[in-house]
Ligand binder design. Structure first.
Ligand code: NAD
Ligand code: TDX
Length: 340
């Protein structure tokens, strides 16, 4: 049988990690390579259940490191690349933009050079709806693939820059690429610095939940497994050079999200604390996913079913997020991998 090699960058993070597990379990006939440098957001404890499977492989490497990445591609001859590795947290990008440019822009360029040199069947660049900037509160407006890019944060500016490089390598060198632009994800293994897991963990610990500004900013939420299915489809069916928006029409204000979590957990809204707004805080994101739906994708979770599943997962998997918050997860790589 033709054993395809699929490289997933950032497979120790939230979405890449869910994607690695999805692919390892769905395609036992393919080899899945998780390449990750293990920043603060990289955690291998989430892969305890799959790390002994024959089709799962971990490579500790930095996408910025050209001397490491190009020979790796030459030796392994990957068939598909799903590129998730990035600095992903907007608040961190406001405090420290430089690492965002290094990882998201330069790191992507190194991968594109590696693909150009060795050839792959497909390179999917996982981007974000934040590159389009913000919408106002008119509920009839959406981001389409033709919306001009107007990023507002250093994070989204770095992602937009990497999108332009991916496009340029397709136009100039004919690389077989797709760009996906997904709305906000949530679900299992979401790092508790982001709104939904932060709220669940704080509420469970009876701690205050910080809501930025007046809480009326709107995000369009998608369960991470629906995003994984979209990337799988685009990897195999995406038309080269095309951009696909990913989203499931689940717009909620931040305050609605926080209140839903508090009421599901049976706690008091007195835990809500309004705090100083995020600088340059985008008002609203909303995706028009028509083009991806035409390719054959449709989401399986509504926000109601997805948030209920996610809250239950955090209740059932305290072991995971408690060792993330304590920092203990950082020792796992040394214990499991390097000292063997
Ligand atoms: P994350 O921060 O949870 O994970 C990022 C992973 O990349 C980590 O495992 C980290 O160790 C790894 N990484 C960082 N720098 C690296 C480097 N130099 N070399 C190798 N690995 C490196 O991010 P996430 O939320 O899972 O997002 C994954 C991708 O999806 C990102 O590209 C992000 O822009 C995009 N995205 C995220 C969302 C969302 O809601 N989280 C929505 C749309 C798009
Ligand atoms: O403590 C908080 N309080 C609060 O009100 C945090 C962490 C966030 N917020 C607000 C800011 C946003 O309006 O909640 C909303 C969601 O914030 P984040 O979880 O930080 O996500 P966001 O900034 O929307 O970006 C996310 O979605 C798009 C991901 O982190 C990005 O990587 C992705 O591209």
């Amino acid at each position: 049988m033709d054993r395809k090699k699929i490289l997933v960058t950032g497979g120790a993070g939230f979405i890449g990690g869910n994607f690695v597990q999805y692919m390892v379990n769905k395609y036992p006939q393919y080899d899945i390579y998780n390449l990750d440098v293990l920043t603060y957001a990289g955690d291998l404890t989430k892969h305890r259940n799959i790390e002994k499977k024959e089709n799962y492989h971990f490579i500790k490497a930095d996408i910025i490191n050209r001397e490491e990445i190009i020979p790796l591609f030459e030796n392994e001859k990957f068939d598909y690349v799903a590129h998730f590795a990035a600095e992903s947290h907007v608040d961190r990008s406001i405090k420290e933009p430089e690492i965002f440019v290094q990882t998201n822009v330069l790191g992507t360029q190194v991968l594109l050079d590696a693909v150009k040199q060795t050839g792959v069947t497909k390179f999917v660049h996982v981007s974000t709806d934040e590159v389009y900037g913000e919408l106002d509160f008119d509920p009839t407006t959406f981001f389409t693939e033709d919306t001009p890019l107007q990023p507002n944060s250093p994070y989204s500016a770095s992602k937009a820059s990497s999108d332009f490089l991916v496009r340029a390598y397709h136009e100039t060198y004919g690389l077989p690429v797709n760009i996906t632009r997904c709305s906000n994800n949530y679900g299992p293994f979401h790092f508790p610095e982001k709104l939904i897991p932060l709220t669940i963990s704080r509420v469970l610990n009876e701690e205050k939940v910080p809501v930025y500004g007046n809480g009326k900013n709107i995000r369009d939420w998608l369960h991470v497994l629906d995003h994984c299915a979209a990337i799988d489809l685009v990897l195999q069916e995406g038309v080269n050079g095309e951009v696909y928006n990913v989203g499931g029409h689940n717009e909620r204000t931040n305050l609605e999200v926080v209140k839903t979590i508090i009421s599901t957990l049976g706690k008091s809204e007195e835990l809500i604390e309004f705090v100083t707004d995020r600088l340059g805080h985008d008002k609203r994101y909303a995706i028009d996913p028509t083009k991806l739906e035409r390719l054959g994708w449709k989401p399986t979770y509504t926000f109601e079913t997805g948030i209920a599943q996610t809250i239950q997962w955090y209740l059932d998997n305290k072991w995971w997020w408690e060792q993330i918050i304590s920092g203990e997860y950082k020792n796992y790589f040394n214990k499991q991998y390097s000292l063997k």
